[in-house]
Design a protein. Structure first.
Length: 674
């Protein structure tokens, strides 16, 4: 072994290099305050190693980036840990930079002859911040996409060349594949290479001038090995422990409800829903270390934004680069310390203000809650038996009724229709309550729970049902339609008959034949017994297919079908299970089913529906072969209908205490959740 080492040393001079590195003289001996530089080098090496492993499984393209990050997080052995370490170590580097910078300024380690060492350190700081900014986009999720979009828009503020610089950074006029590839090239290639080069120069300059000794006259000198090496090693270990705490904290704080997701969803770094340029993201915020700049820009609205984004930051950076020159003045060192403390304190204060404003911002809370739901939903859809389609994971979200239904309903239906639960009328479970559209003054019926047995029962029950007045009473005239008030408090419960705005809105059907038949004829027990009424409810609800026949009762359904087809009962007006011409009223064949709703919304004036009796509801998709002539795209209409019917994929909850298991290939990916 000695012969081998001697041979290597003869060819490389390794013994001399090791001696130079380990036996550097430290005036005043080892100090804990000297560890920050070593921890920064350690953090960068960790980033380099984890980054290479992540690179091996990452796909830098707009179609596959999110999917590859999902693979790393959920499929690759230990991938969640790699992502977590890389993510949180990047944030730790910012903290270590601030501490190292503060220590250098306080110790006066920037003054002659160490000016160039200090300037290379400032350049390293800019490179690290650049790495943080470019890495934020790479998961290609909503949070990173929209936060990066806001950040890169600042490049457009540069005088004269702003638009051109922004196009170069973005890769064109819009954000997409070219943007991602540019950021990946910067993050994985250009910036790391620049950091290694500048770091090498920084270390050479540091070795040339040595440590800036503090208290050297009070303590004896010592070598770098072993005392300072031990302190550096302990500090690096402490850094790793802190990082691992944040990587693993989800294991301890995730709670019992994992929303059907594996534990990896709560470990490592967060992964939001896939980036979708067509869906704005109100919860977009920069990482905490850029939050001060985000808050600072709020004080420079409009054309003044250039001062907050460009002018003042440039002036501050110039001031930092001038520190070695200012430090030569009599009071220069004290001024530099005051400046750096003021800058760090100001950044901390602005970050605190930003956090407090977000805490008091209800819209932001709603946006973050929606973002969390969408992130969970994206993973659920990807882990469904159907998996990720060729069009990418973003198409799963775009075509998901659970998340897109409320959005499309609000855009196309909410001007006339409400979608709100009603106390004691339709007390559904919390699942149906997610993503409710806020109440609005409406002229059409409330579509919450349409087609379910509870809705049909409420519609056909002659006795009035109870309903929250604050949902349905919009003015005195409408309140009169609802019956006598029980209290002047709008939150009290009122009596609501079938001829209410809940069922018919403000249409002519509010006082039409159906409302009269229910309140007058169906209230007669000799005409309609409770058993017959229950049978009709079961039969109509069975037509929609939202609930199973076993839940509704096969015997009830059979009896209800007889009543629906009887000319003495429903068939006197409605067509049901017959080959005769349509009746005067709405066709009940397939009532509330997906196809029935599609056909009805497409053209409510069709002969099988309202015909000439249609009151104000327009045709939305009358010609499926000509999308341009329609009010809504066919696919959007399908999503709305599926959402109204709660017809979407939902993972089956695991039994209490059981570990998460992948859904079986035989699972019904579109099973109703009611």
């Amino acid at each position: 072994m000695k012969t081998l080492i001697d041979w290597i040393d003869n060819r490389t001079g390794i013994r001399h290099a090791v001696n130079e590195a380990l036996y550097e003289n430290i005036p005043g001996g080892s100090r804990w305050r000297y560890v920050w530089g070593s921890t920064l080098v350690f953090a960068f090496m960790v980033q380099l190693i984890t980054g290479i492993f992540l690179w091996a499984s990452y796909s830098p393209n707009a179609k596959g980036a999110w999917e590859s990050v999902y693979f790393i997080q959920y499929e690759m052995q230990g991938g969640w840990m790699l992502r977590g370490i890389h993510h949180f170590m990047a944030q730790m580097m910012i903290v270590l930079l601030a501490l190292h910078f503060l220590q250098v300024v306080i110790d006066g380690a920037y003054r002659a002859p160490r000016e160039f060492n200090f300037w290379t350190g400032l350049i390293l700081m800019q490179i690290v911040l650049g790495l943080s900014l470019t890495g934020y986009l790479l998961p290609w999720d909503q949070k990173g996409f929209w936060a990066t979009r806001v950040a890169t828009n600042l490049a457009g503020l540069l005088p004269w060349i702003g638009d051109d610089v922004q196009k170069i950074v973005v890769g064109g006029t819009d954000y997409g594949h070219a943007t991602l590839t540019r950021f990946f090239a910067l993050h994985a290639g250009v910036l790391p290479a620049a950091l290694i080069g500048v770091l090498f120069l920084h270390m050479v300059l540091f070795r040339r001038h040595g440590v800036t000794a503090v208290g050297a006259d009070k303590r004896p000198a010592a070598y770098f090995w072993p005392d300072q090496v031990l302190k550096d090693a302990v500090a690096c270990l402490a850094v790793m422990v802190v990082v691992m705490f944040f990587v693993l904290r989800g294991y301890f704080f995730a709670g019992e409800d994992h929303s059907g997701l594996p534990i990896e969803a709560h470990l490592g770094a967060e992964l939001g829903a896939p980036a979708d340029p067509s869906t704005p993201f109100s919860a977009a915020r920069p990482e905490w270390y850029f939050l001060f700049l985000f808050q600072f820009l709020k004080y420079f609205p409009g054309e003044a934004e250039i001062y907050g984004a460009i002018v003042i930051p440039v002036v501050i950076m110039i001031s930092l680069f001038l520190m070695p020159l200012v430090g030569n003045w009599k009071i220069g060192h004290g001024f530099n310390i005051a400046l750096i403390v003021a800058l760090l304190g100001g950044a901390g204060f602005l970050s605190f203000v930003a956090i407090q404003e977000d805490r008091a911002n209800e819209s932001y809370h709603l946006a973050t809650e929606e973002a969390e739901r969408n992130a969970i939903r994206a993973i659920q859809l990807v882990q469904a038996p159907s998996g990720i389609p060729e069009t990418g994971a973003v198409s799963l979200m775009r075509n998901d009724p659970k998340t897109q239904g409320p959005v499309l309903f609000a855009a196309n239906c909410n001007s006339c229709h409400a979608y709100n639960p009603v106390a004691e009328l339709l007390p559904f479970d919390s699942l149906r309550g997610e993503g409710l559209v806020p109440p609005a003054p409406v002229s059409g019926p409330n579509l919450y729970g349409f087609g379910t047995s509870k809705w049909v029962k409420a519609f056909l029950t002659p006795n009035p049902v109870r309903m929250e007045a604050e949902i349905v009473r919009k003015d005195e005239e409408r309140a009169g339609k609802l019956g006598p008030q029980q209290s002047n408090d709008p939150k009290e419960i009122e009596v609501v008959p079938i001829n209410s705005f809940h069922f018919f809105g403000g249409t002519s059907h509010l006082e039409g034949e159906m409302a009269g038949y229910v309140t007058e004829t169906m209230s007669d027990k000799d005409e309609w017994s409770d058993e017959d009424l229950a049978a009709i409810v079961a039969a109509l609800a069975a037509q929609s297919g939202i609930e199973s026949e076993a839940e509704l009762g096969p015997d009830k359904i059979a009896r209800g079908n007889e009543l629906l087809a009887s000319e003495d009962h429903c068939a006197m007006c409605h067509n049901y299970d017959a080959e005769s011409d349509y009746g005067d009223a709405v066709d009940l064949n397939g009532f509330g089913s997906r196809q029935w709703l599609m056909d009805f919304i497409s053209n409510p004036s069709a002969a099988r529906f309202y015909g000439d009796n249609n009151d104000r509801m327009p045709a939305f998709n009358e010609d499926p072969h000509n999308e341009v002539s329609n009010r809504i795209a066919r696919r959007d209409l399908e999503i709305i209908v599926d959402w109204l019917r709660t017809d979407w994929y939902e993972p089956q909850p695991a039994p209490a205490g059981a570990e998460y298991e992948e859904p079986s290939p035989e699972a019904d990916v579109a099973a109703p959740t009611s």
